[in-house]
Design a protein around this ligand. Structure first.
Ligand code: NAP
Length: 491
C-alpha cells in the first residue's frame, strides 16, 4: 500500500492506496508498446510541442505541485521552486534540441562506383527510438529526477513512450504529476500509451516493470543497491535490455596547496554549506575531502569542521532514508581508523540529523572499502594526503564518481597534470572551482561516470546528450528515395 507522509513530522496524510499489480504493470507496458511505432514516427515538431505543453502544464500547476512536494519531501519552497524551474527549462530545452534537428540528423555516405574497398553502396545512418522506456524516479529530486524529469524528457524527445515508476517517498506528488502528464498527452492528440505510470512501495513492482516483455530500456536514478539489483534483472531477461543506471557517488574534492594559500576559510565555509545543502541528499554531495598534510591543511580542516559544526541540516526525505543515514554514520563511528572532527551533539529531532565529519589518512582510506561507500546525507570524510601520489591513489581507489573537484589547479604543472588526468579517469565531470552540488542542463554536460557511479559510463542522464541513450543507430543501404526524403524520421 502507498501512503503520503509529511516529511517534517512523519505523519500520514489522507488514505492509503494500492500499489500497481503485475497485471497493471504489464498493461502499462503493453499500452506503451502499442503507441511506440506511431510515436517514433512523429515529427520533431510534434514531440517538441508535447514537451513544451508538459512544461506549461507544470508551470500552470506550480503552486499546488510545489506545496505538495514540500509536504512530502520537506525540501522547502525556494529549493522546490528552483527545481521546478529547472524541470520546465529541461523540457523546453529538449524541444529546442528537436527544433534544431540534431535528433533526426543522418550521416549520408554517397555511393561510389567501382570495386570495394573504395567502391561502395550509398549508406545513410539514422537513429531509431528504442521503444518503451521504464523510468525509475529518485526520491531526492521530486521534479527534476522524477515523473517529468530529465529521463522522461529525453525519452519522449527521442520518440520513446515512457512507463514511469513513481518513487514511494513522494507518492501523491507523483500521481498528481502523472495525471497532469496524461492530460497533456491526450490534449496533444497522442495515444495514452505515450505516457504510462505505475507505483509501488515494494521491490516487486520495479522488478515486474523491468521484466515486462514490452519494455525496451530502463532509465534508473537511485541507490547503488537498487540500481545494481535492477541492472541484473535487465541483463537476465530472456531478451536483455539496456539499463542506464545513475547511482550514488562519493564525489572526491581535492583542496590543493594553491587553494589553501589563497582563501582557505572561505573555501571551508563553502564546502560545509555544500555538504549540508538539502540535508546532503544529493548524488553530487562531496563525500571525500582530500587535504594535504601540514599546517595549512590542518588550519583548513579546523575551519571546515567549525563551519560544519555550526550548521543544522533539515529533516531528511523519509524515515527510511534517515535510518540508512544513521546506519552509515554508525558504521563510520565504529571504525577505529577514523578520528571524529565534530562534537557529538544530539540530533535536532527524529528526522533532522546532525552532520558527521571524520578524518583518516590516505593509507587507511585506501585500505578500508567501507570508507569508500556513499553515506547519503550530510556526512563526509577528510582524507589527509602526504603527497600527490597519495591523492592520485585515493582517486584511483574511488574508481568511479559522478564528479571530482580540484581546487587550486590553476597553474600548468606536472603535478596538476597528473591530478587532472586521474580525476578525468574516474569522474564524469571534473570541476576546477565551485562545488559539485548543482548540475547545469546544457549540451556539454556529462552526468555519469565509471562504475559504481553509473552502469553506463559513456552516457549522461543530465544535459541534451541524454537523448542518445534512447536512440539506436541503423544504417540504411541503398534506401529508396521515399525513405531518404523522411530525413531521419522513422516510418
Ligand atoms: P532508491 O532507494 O534506490 O530508489 C530508486 C527507485 O528504485 C525506487 O523506485 C525504488 O523503489 C527502486 N528500488 C530500490 N531498490 C530496488 C530493488 N532492489 N529492486 C527493485 N527496485 C528497487 O534510491 P533513492 O532513495 O531514490 O535515492 C537515493 C540514492 O540515489 C542516493 O544513493 C543518491 O546518490 C542516488 N541518486 C543518484 C543520482 C544520479 O544522478 N546519479 C541522482 C539522485 C539520486 P522502492 O522504494 O519501491 O523499492
Amino acid at each position: 500500500m502507498l501512503q503520503s507522509i509529511e516529511a517534517r513530522t512523519g505523519n500520514a496524510v489522507g488514505t492509503r492506496w494500492a500499489e500497481s499489480t503485475t497485471a497493471d504493470i504489464d498493461a502499462a507496458a503493453d499500452a506503451a508498446a502499442q503507441a511506440a511505432d506511431g510515436f517514433a514516427a512523429t515529427t520533431a515538431a510534434q514531440r517538441g510541442s508535447l514537451l513544451r505543453a508538459l512544461a506549461a502544464a507544470l508551470e500552470a500547476e506550480r503552486a499546488n505541485l510545489v506545496a505538495l512536494a514540500d509536504r512530502e519531501t520537506g525540501l522547502g519552497l525556494p529549493r522546490l521552486n528552483g527545481e521546478l524551474d529547472r524541470t520546465t527549462f529541461q523540457l523546453k530545452g529538449f524541444a529546442d534540441v528537436l527544433a534544431a534537428g540534431t535528433i533526426h540528423a543522418v550521416v549520408d555516405d554517397a555511393a561510389i562506383a567501382g570495386a570495394p574497398p573504395v567502391g561502395r553502396p550509398r549508406l545513410t545512418r539514422m537513429r531509431l527510438p528504442l521503444g518503451p522506456v521504464a523510468m525509475f524516479s529518485a526520491s531526492n529530486f521530486p521534479f527534476a529526477f522524477s515523473v517529468l524529469g530529465g529521463d522522461t524528457a529525453a525519452a519522449l524527445a527521442a520518440g520513446c513512450p515512457v512507463v514511469v515508476k513513481g518513487h514511494p517517498a513522494h507518492p501523491e506528488l507523483s500521481r498528481v504529476t502523472a495525471a497532469l502528464a496524461q492530460k497533456v498527452v491526450a490534449a496533444q492528440g497522442l495515444p495514452v500509451g505515450v505516457f504510462q505510470f505505475v507505483q509501488g512501495g515494494s521491490i516487486e513492482v520495479g522488478v515486474a516493470l523491468v521484466n515486462a516483455p514490452a519494455i525496451a530500456a530502463v532509465a534508473f536514478t537511485g541507490s547503488f543497491k537498487g540500481g545494481t539489483a535492477l541492472a541484473k534483472v535487465a541483463a537476465e531477461r530472456p531478451r536483455p535490455i539496456p539499463f542506464y543506471g545513475e547511482l550514488g557517488s562519493i564525489n572526491p574534492l581535492l583542496v590543493l596547496p594553491a587553494a589553501l594559500a589563497k582563501n582557505s576559510d572561505e573555501l571551508a565555509a563553502t564546502l560545509a554549506g555544500s555538504i549540508c545543502l538539502g540535508a546532503g541528499q544529493f548524488c553530487t554531495s562531496p563525500g571525500v575531502i582530500v587535504v594535504p598534510a601540514g599546517s595549512a591543511g590542518d588550519a583548513f580542516v579546523h575551519s571546515f569542521a567549525s563551519a560544519l559544526q555550526a550548521l543544522q541540516p533539515h529533516a531528511m526525505l523519509s524515515a527510511g532514508i534517515r535510518a540508512t543515514f544513521d546506519k552509515g554514520v554508525a558504521q563510520w563511528r565504529a571504525s577505529s581508523v577514523l578520528k571524529p572532527l565534530l562534537q557529538d551533539t544530539p540530533a535536532a529531532d527524529s528526522l533532522a540529523p546532525r552532520p558527521y565529519l571524520a578524518e583518516v589518512s590516505a593509507t587507511e582510506f585506501i585500505a578500508h572499502h567501507a570508507l569508500q561507500e556513499e553515506v547519503f546525507g550530510s556526512a563526509a570524510l577528510v582524507v589527509r594526503s602526504a603527497s600527490v601520489d597519495d591523492a592520485v591513489a585515493v582517486l584511483h581507489t574511488v574508481g568511479g564518481s559522478l564528479t571530482v573537484t580540484l581546487w587550486g589547479a590553476d597553474a600548468d604543472t606536472p603535478d596538476h597534470r597528473r591530478l587532472v588526468r586521474a580525476a578525468a579517469q574516474v569522474a564524469g565531470r571534473v570541476l576546477f572551482s565551485g562545488v559539485p552540488t548543482g548540475v547545469a542542463v546544457t549540451a556539454a554536460q556529462q552526468h555519469g561516470g565509471p562504475y559504481p557511479a553509473s552502469t553506463q559510463p559513456f552516457t549522461t542522464s543530465v544535459g541534451y546528450a541524454a537523448v542518445d541513450r534512447f536512440l539506436r543507430p541503423v544504417a540504411l543501404q541503398d534506401a529508396p528515395a521515399w525513405v531518404i526524403e523522411r530525413q531521419g524520421v522513422p516510418c
